[in-house]
Design a protein around this ligand. Structure first.
Ligand SMILES: Cc1cc2nc3c(=O)[nH]c(=O)nc-3n(C[C@H](O)[C@H](O)[C@H](O)COP(=O)(O)OP(=O)(O)OC[C@H]3O[C@@H](n4cnc5c(N)ncnc54)[C@H](O)[C@@H]3O)c2cc1C
Ligand SMILES: *[C@@H]1O[C@H](CO)[C@@H](O)[C@H](O)[C@H]1NC(C)=O
Ligand SMILES: *[C@@H]1O[C@H](CO)[C@@H](O)[C@H](O)[C@H]1NC(C)=O
Ligand SMILES: *[C@@H]1O[C@H](CO)[C@@H](O)[C@H](O)[C@H]1NC(C)=O
Ligand SMILES: *[C@@H]1O[C@H](CO)[C@@H](O)[C@H](O)[C@H]1NC(C)=O
Ligand SMILES: *[C@@H]1O[C@H](CO)[C@@H](O)[C@H](O)[C@H]1NC(C)=O
Ligand SMILES: *[C@@H]1O[C@H](CO)[C@@H](O)[C@H](O)[C@H]1NC(C)=O
Ligand SMILES: *[C@@H]1O[C@H](CO)[C@@H](O)[C@H](O)[C@H]1NC(C)=O
Ligand SMILES: *[C@@H]1O[C@H](CO)[C@@H](O)[C@H](O)[C@H]1NC(C)=O
Ligand SMILES: *[C@@H]1O[C@H](CO)[C@@H](O)[C@H](O)[C@H]1NC(C)=O
Length: 841
């Protein structure tokens, strides 16, 4: 059955959908409203069918946003504006809703939602901290209406928006437009179905937008600021509130942690790192508890989320490769809600929701990025183990055929004629310069496969392995540098509540909660930069119970954030054949459905949206560094080119890029990317540009191929220079680096590492991090296989460590430089003397 709650999830969520008009020129059009005489700078989203990944449905009439500003707004930042919003409906009953982000992306921006209801247009201010239904905005923005009109195809609202250009929610503040810069980064979204509870703005239920979304840069010209502003603003007299019934609160039921049970290892988070690690630790005979925040995903573990055509099978939406992009359509109950980035909070983590791309590492990635003990020769046995369990395939259909390869052939043909070499990527992982390949997936037998179908199966077969679902780890409980357990709470019904203890003296805790999740747990446990720990200390939820300042461990958690920088390009060619994977959710082609269900064959065994070819190039920069590019071609339009004959080719800038960003925590303990890791270094940008030029040249010989993004009249340099750098359009969802591995102990001045070569957190004797967080930077390719390999490697290094020992009376048990044991034999306890010394007394 289709989920009843397809929430609004991703205003400007995926790679860029900038209509070309906005991407290259954000120039406004002057519009004078005939009724009110108000003059606006306006920007129009053209009426095109099915733009981009997440929109399967047809649009029926674009959207226009306009702004009028106080007379001095182009020199002094305004705090208010008069807005013009014209949105589309698709039938004679007034339906639909439209949304505006005043900061660009959906997350961490003030959002305005408007919808027609009876003869009025209702509005609601919202704020989203993650890809979930945005919360009510609690700040001081106010909206008063000047005029509203509704007809069968459009609804139009002219309104005054006060305190709308700066915002603050739960202690986090921000601002979109500094109007004096004559530029606003905005976002829009539209949906055809009406919100649930449409009469009550505070209680609307939003399904995820199905009629487009994007960010856009809006350049303001002289028409935006007008001496008549005050007179116009005075006409805003109408407050439309709607009518509300009383709301009902829901609570989550929890189960108390069973008393008297301890575990040798607690692994926190069942994703790419946590599942393999928990399996390997349990294989050694140790008792292991794997705690996962989310519910089951794959049918193999009791998952239930599925479209109607999978009812009665052992499959869920997560098991069928062709449904993998459903995360971008309906992520309610799947996406993490405590981060402003997309991540899977279900069993399997990213490996349950991702596109399954599965790459044997280029040895240079380990050699260039990682410290000793983690070089390619050190990793080769772990790599062999992982690829023997999850070999992956570039022919996922069980008949060995590839389906709908017309798009592949167009691009691959061009590359080949220009001297690029076709390879089987995982046979020759080091051939990553001017090579192309069929896409390799972790899939097996036509299903998702991966860690959930291998490592978790062996782990589950052992009596010393335990798995808790629906349970969030809030923090580790520690005495100085020694952890004794973890504090948990229910995330969904049936989750656990309380403190789980590890085996006295020898127990260990491993955080595998992902690049944002593990960093957050560290911070909540008093481990991180002091500015971040102060935020936790001041928080409503943790402040009173947080570990004392004296026990804080200052490490650069959250710094060194990295991700592939994505740059989308689009071409069209008459041979390309589009397949509607989104329609395959509700209304699959019966032939394809039967082929899949009966034989695990056909197009639905391939990841949406028909990915390939994959191609690679290495570019040496003026700084001497070789930067890796990976291109992912896929059969879909974007950035203003409609589906049908279009292919989007996303360029990822990987190994060699030097730009890094930062993740931070908010007062309500959500994690945000507060500093983007993209293109800070001109050599990073130069590689992106050069890669596009090289591709344009390589595809020159392909007859009838048309570049639409950038188009023929735009140079690659202008294209890249003018492309907005926002996570909305530049991220690859390959976040790594917030708890970097290295020998330069981050407790010391200038030290950048959070974990040592055994993945042990500096300043602790039994706390580890094993997931994407420890990566010093992004590698060549999509990282899931690399993370599984790192988990295999980490398991060996952790198991090889000497068992933790409790120290005798008077022994040193802590201090700024201390790397030994942090625990004391009973009845002694480790007592703080000064920052450099703690002692067993
Ligand atoms: C939409 C999308 C598509 C992608 N496509 C690909 C691809 O095709 N190929 C590829 O190689 N990579 C892909 N990636 C990236 C890849 O999936 C991730 O890099 C990888 O899964 C990260 O592994 P991890 O172990 O660090 O974290 P995750 O896999 O995210 O696992 C973290 C787990 O910890 C849980 N957790 C978080 N906080 C807590 C807590 N406090 N308590 C308990 N549990 C917690 C989460 O629910 C989650 O299950 C994609 C990512 C996304 C989001
Ligand atoms: C409905 O409103 C839109 C926008 O104002 C306008 O373009 C369109 O002509 C109107 N349709 C009718 C039938 O009046
Ligand atoms: C409204 O809130 C914003 C953002 O928090 C703040 O900057 C501004 O001073 C507030 N304005 C008023 C009038 O309270
Ligand atoms: C309007 O859009 C909704 C949701 O996408 C769809 O179900 C409906 O059929 C559309 N109506 C018309 C008249 O196109
Ligand atoms: C964990 O250990 C503490 C201290 O020994 C004890 O008080 C507590 O009851 C234990 N918790 C459980 C769930 O057994
Ligand atoms: C579903 O059942 C088939 C046939 O028994 C099996 O091969 C497959 O692994 C199962 N898949 C899942 C996700 O349980
Ligand atoms: C986890 O939560 C989901 C969603 O509420 C629920 O359907 C499932 O039964 C729970 N699973 C367990 C093991 O508690
Ligand atoms: C369904 O897919 C098959 C190929 O698998 C194709 O031949 C057929 O035309 C499609 N049917 C429809 C109605 O699109
Ligand atoms: C990549 O291949 C091209 C074409 O053969 C070559 O000119 C270039 O030097 C190679 N790049 C690197 C970094 O080796
Ligand atoms: C290019 O288009 C022309 C005109 O439509 C057509 O005749 C020709 O066969 C096409 N060539 C290729 C290689 O697709």
């Amino acid at each position: 059955m289709r989920s009843a709650s397809r929430f609004l999830v991703a205003l400007a969520a995926v790679a860029s959908y900038l209509p070309s008009a906005f991407a290259q020129s954000a120039a406004p059009t002057k519009y004078t409203d005939p009724t009110t005489g108000i003059v606006f700078d306006t920007w129009n989203v053209p009426d095109v069918a099915a733009v981009g990944d997440t929109e399967a449905d047809q649009t029926s009439g674009g959207m226009t946003f306009g702004v009028a500003l106080p007379s001095n707004a182009l020199s002094v930042d305004a705090t208010e504006f008069i807005g013009y919003l014209q949105c589309s409906s698709n039938d004679t009953v007034n339906t639909g809703w439209c949304g505006l982000s005043l900061g660009g992306p959906m997350t961490n921006s003030l959002l305005l939602v408007a919808w027609p209801y009876q003869d009025q247009i209702l509005t609601s201010f919202r704020y989203a901290t993650g890809y979930t239904t945005p919360d009510l905005y609690t700040g001081n923005a106010t909206l008063t209406q000047i005029s509203s009109t509704i007809n069968a195809t459009h609804y139009t609202l002219i309104y005054r928006c006060q305190n709308c250009l700066q915002w603050s929610q739960s202690g986090q503040s921000g601002g979109g437009a500094a109007t004096s810069s004559s530029f606003m980064l905005l976002g829009w979204a539209q949906a055809f179905p009406a919100p649930g509870n449409p009469s009550c703005p505070d209680q609307i239920a939003l399904l995820q937008h199905d009629n487009g979304m994007n960010i856009f840069g809006a350049t303001l010209d002289a028409n935006a600021a007008n001496p008549s502003y005050s007179a116009w603003a005075a006409r805003a007299t109408k407050t439309v509130t709607g009518t509300c019934a009383s709301a009902t609160a829901t609570t989550i039921s929890s189960v108390p942690v069973p008393t008297g049970v301890t575990y040798d290892y607690i692994v926190v988070g069942g994703g790419a790192g946590g599942v393999p690690l928990a399996d390997k630790l349990s294989e050694s005979g140790k008792s292991v508890l794997l705690i996962e925040k989310g519910p089951a995903s794959s049918g193999r573990w009791g998952g239930t989320m599925k479209p109607s055509w999978l009812v009665g099978t052992n499959l869920t939406r997560f098991d069928v490769p062709g449904l993998c992009n459903q995360i971008w359509v309906d992520s309610a109950g799947v996406a993490c809600t405590d981060t402003d980035q997309m991540a899977g909070c279900v069993l399997g983590g990213g490996t349950a929701v991702n596109a399954g791309l599965w790459w044997k590492p280029y040895t240079l990635d380990w050699d260039y990025l990682f410290p000793s003990g983690w070089k390619s020769t050190d990793m080769s046995a772990a790599t062999t183990r992982v690829f023997s369990r999850i070999p992956g395939t570039d022919h996922p259909s069980t008949d060995g055929k590839l389906y709908l390869q017309q798009g592949f052939d167009v691009i691959a043909g061009g590359l080949q004629s220009s001297g690029w070499t076709q390879v089987t990527a995982n046979n020759v992982p080091n051939q990553k310069n001017r090579t192309y390949a069929n896409t390799a997936y972790m899939y097996s037998d036509g299903e998702r496969g991966g860690p959930l179908a291998t490592y978790l199966v062996t782990a589950k077969g052992r009596s010393n392995f335990n798995l808790w679902l629906n349970t969030t780890v809030k923090r580790v409980i520690r005495e100085g540098g020694h952890v004794t357990g973890v504090e948990v709470e229910a995330f969904n019904n049936g989750g656990y509540q309380g403190v789980v203890n590890i085996t006295s003296i020898s127990g260990r805790v491993v955080l595998s909660a992902g690049t944002f999740g593990s960093a957050k747990i560290l911070m909540r446990s008093g481990i991180g930069p002091s500015d971040q720990l102060s935020i936790v200390k001041s928080s409503v939820s943790d402040g009173a119970t947080m570990i004392a300042n004296q026990s804080w461990i200052n490490l650069p958690v959250g710094y060194n954030l990295d991700d592939h920088c994505n740059t989308d390009t689009v071409i069209t060619h008459p041979d390309v054949v589009f397949y509607d994977f989104y329609a395959a959710w509700t209304n699959p082609n019966v032939t394809d459905e039967n082929l899949y269900l009966q034989k695990r064959q056909g197009i639905l065994t391939q990841a949406a949206p028909n990915i390939g070819p994959m191609f690679w190039e290495e570019i040496q920069g003026a700084d001497g560094i070789v930067r890796q590019l990976q291109w992912t071609a896929r059969v879909e339009g974007s950035d203003g080119t409609t589906n049908g004959k279009a292919m989007t080719m996303s360029q990822y800038l990987g190994r060699g890029a030097t730009s890094r960003g930062r993740m931070t925590i908010t007062p309500d303990l959500n994690t945000v990317v507060s500093d983007l890791p993209y293109l800070k270094d001109p050599n990073d940008k130069a590689a992106v540009i050069q890669g596009i030029v090289n591709l344009q040249n390589s595809l020159k010989g392909v007859q009838n191929l048309t570049w639409t993004y950038p188009n023929a009249s735009t140079s690659a340099t202008d294209f890249v220079d003018n492309m907005i750098v926002s996570y909305s359009n530049r991220r690859a969802n390959h976040w790594v680096g917030t708890a970097k591995i290295g020998t330069d102990d981050g407790r010391n001045n200038g030290g950048s590492a959070v974990v040592d070569l055994n993945t042990k957190v500096y300043g602790t004797d039994n706390l580890f991090v094993v997931d994407g967080s420890i990566f010093p930077g992004v590698p060549t390719a999509n990282p899931a296989a690399y993370i599984v390999i790192a988990a295999e490697q980490a398991s060996q290094r952790i198991l090889a460590l000497a068992a933790p020992q409790a120290l005798a009376q008077y022994a040193q048990c802590g201090g700024q430089q201390w790397t030994g044991s942090f625990q004391c034999k009973a009845p002694y306890t480790c007592q703080y003397q000064n920052p450099y010394y703690s002692q067993c007394l």
